[in-house]
Design a protein. Structure first.
Length: 196
């Protein structure tokens, strides 16, 4: 479970997004309260519960070692356009959320479930990101800054609105793909491979 403040996305200064995995699918819940104090209490209760469970799971770990495993903000969010797996469908505008190794895309930023998720593994395992789209890709939109993510199973094509957005997404994707994977992430990767 994760919780992060999302005032802009929710449209309320006291907005909180709670995400959790169920059957390896991410679920979003959006809450807000008139009182900023109340929403901070909820946030701190979630963190306290997480810390308790982590101490049970890792009894020898210090609080400092467990702190990075508590709530976190998403690495990046924003709109891009994407095409389907055959890469012959038109590009559609989607809201993307990069939550460490999970790149999720939604029709609307406040959707409960993602339309799809892409696992971003380590580059030594066949994951990479490049600027631009493959030769021959047809695109009739106004956005022009392409990104291609290659996984062992398939390629994913995206278009950003600006050069700045393209560079920012590329920077985040490369940072994730250059980070060594944890044992738990190998399990998640195996699940994603079974789905394709």
């Amino acid at each position: 479970m994760n919780a992060c403040f999302q005032p802009d996305k929710i449209g309320n200064p006291n907005g909180l997004q709670i995400t959790y995995l169920r059957d390896n699918i991410t679920r979003n819940i959006f809450i807000y309260h008139d009182s900023s104090r109340e929403i901070v209490v909820w946030f701190n209760c979630i963190r306290a519960a997480q810390l308790h469970y982590l101490k049970v799971a890792f009894p020898g770990a210090t609080d400092a070692e467990l702190k990075p495993k508590l709530t976190r903000s998403f690495l990046k969010e924003g709109y891009m356009e994407k095409t389907g797996p055959r890469q012959t469908e038109g590009f559609k505008r989607r809201w993307f959320t990069l939550d460490h190794r999970r790149l999720m895309y939604f029709k609307d930023p406040l959707d409960a479930f993602a339309r799809g998720e892409v696992f971003l593994g380590h580059r030594d395992h066949g994951y990479r990101v490049t600027i631009g789209l493959p030769a021959g890709t047809h695109y009739n939109g106004t956005w022009q800054y392409g990104i291609t993510i290659e996984t062992p199973e398939r390629s994913f094509l995206f278009i950003c609105e600006t050069d700045t957005e393209q560079k920012d997404w590329l920077s985040h994707f490369n940072a994730v793909m250059n980070t060594p994977m944890s044992p738990q992430e190998y399990t998640v990767e195996a699940y994603f491979k079974q789905q394709h």
